[in-house]
Every structure is written in C-alpha cells, then in structure tokens.
Design a protein. Structure first.
Length: 255
C-alpha cells in the first residue's frame, strides 16, 4: 500500500502539476479577485521553476556535503548499488536505458570493482534485475552486460524485490547477513541527493554503513542569459522535490 501511495504522490509534487492545477482552478472560479490571484500564482511558479540557476543552486546546496568526499576505506567486500538507475535493459542489444543521470551509480561501482576497491557488487531493486509479478526478470541479460566488462559471475549479488529505499535496505541487509557480511564490509553507492535517506534507512535496520555519492552537483556560476526561463528545469526539479518529500515522509512513518 505504501508503495502505491508513494507513486501517486509523486505526481502531486511536480511543479507542472501545481501550475496546471492553479490554472484549472482559476477557470472554474467566478470570483474575479480569486481568479486573478490564481493566475498570478501560476505565473510566479512558472517563473521560479523555469529558472535554471535557481535549480542548480538548490542541487548544489543539497549535495555540497559530498563535493570533497573520498572513499572512507581502501577496500570493501561488497558495493551495494541502490536501484532506480534504469528503466530496464534491452534483451536484444543488452543496452541499458538509464534514468536521468543515475547511471553513475552503476558505473562508479564498476570502476571501484575494476580498481580493486570493492570485491563484489550488489544491485538492489533495479529494473534491470527485478522480478515481475510473473517471476520473470532480465537479470541474465544484465549479468551478460557486466561480464562484457570482465566481471566474474560470482562477484555479482542480486536483490530482486525492493521497490523503494526502505525495501532496498531491508532486503539487502537480509541477503548480506545470510552471506556472512557485516555493515563494515559494505559500501553503499547511490546519487548524492539520495544518499542521506538511504544511509538512514540502513541505520534504522541496525546497519551503520559507509556511503559513496555519485551525481554530485558543482557550485553554479551562471551567466546572465541563463536566468531566462527554460522549460527543462521545470521537469528537472522532480528529482530534488521527490527526495525532499520522500525524506519527510520517511521521517514521519519512522523509516
């Protein structure tokens, strides 16, 4: 139930949803003062959320604590990669369809594996390996994808059922514990905007685990012309707003 509710709520945290909602409401309200106020509010939101430098500053402020990060230790037995970095893998070409810039979660894990920093890689709840209602998955194609980069099959651990960050932590810990791993053996890898909530979920399960952030946003130095309204920031706010809302909800429900 929590999973389905969270998916529905994601629609209502989009700035475009707010703007369209205000315009629709203004269309049905007959009071001129209220109608004018709603139109002005919609325009103000449109100006704010189409401002690219404002988005860049919000991204930087959210992730700046990781801007000078280093890997806490020289060696880990397992890198736990949080899913959600893809929409799945093409079974014909074995190409992965990445979500936004989240592909770095996987590629940083591969880099650390190739450099000997991590011994194994665990993928938790991503579309490339998750099992559907029918029990099928594309995990074999994903294994083939990683083997092309020289990864040994025995070095890949799959957690195929998690649908959200809470379940990522719960199910991953259960598997890792059954294999004899402890929190200090593992490095959690995910996007910088997502790392704080992910670490908190693991900690609530009794695992204080080291984290490594990807997709870190640099401090913005905008040019004057970049303050002109742009459509792309209107949709790019989704990641930050989703994470802020997710963190708030997780705190309320005790996750």
């Amino acid at each position: 139930m929590f999973f389905f509710i969270s998916k529905i709520l994601k629609i209502f945290i989009l700035p475009l949803t707010w703007i369209i909602g205000l315009l629709i409401l203004a269309f049905f309200i007959k009071h001129k003062g209220w109608r004018k106020g709603l139109f002005i509010s919609a325009i103000v939101l449109l100006v704010i959320f189409t401002d690219k430098p404002l988005l860049q500053w919000a991204q930087y402020m959210t992730t700046k604590q990781y801007s000078t990060q280093t890997i806490p230790k020289e060696y880990y037995k397992v890198a736990v990669v949080m899913g959600g970095f893809s929409n799945g893998i093409d079974t014909t070409t074995t190409q992965i369809s990445y979500v936004d810039d989240r592909g770095d979660r996987l590629w940083e894990a591969i880099r650390l594996y190739e450099s000997g920093v991590v011994e194994k890689i665990m993928i938790s709840g991503d579309a490339t390996i998750s099992k559907g209602i029918d029990g099928n998955s594309t995990s074999d194609y994903f294994r083939r994808f990683l083997s092309d980069f020289g990864m040994h099959e025995g070095d890949l651990i799959l957690e195929q059922y998690a649908r959200n960050t809470r379940e990522n932590a719960t199910y991953s810990i259960a598997i890792l514990d059954s294999l004899g791993y402890k929190a200090e053996d593992c490095l959690l890898i995910t996007s910088a905007t997502h790392l704080k909530r992910s670490l908190a979920c693991f900690e609530s399960e009794g695992w204080t685990i080291d984290g490594y952030a990807t997709n870190i946003y640099p401090k913005p130095h905008p040019k004057l012309y970049q303050f002109l309204p742009q459509w792309k920031p209107l949709t790019d706010w989704k990641e930050l707003l989703n994470e802020w809302a997710g963190s708030l909800v997780y705190k309320i429900v005790g996750y």
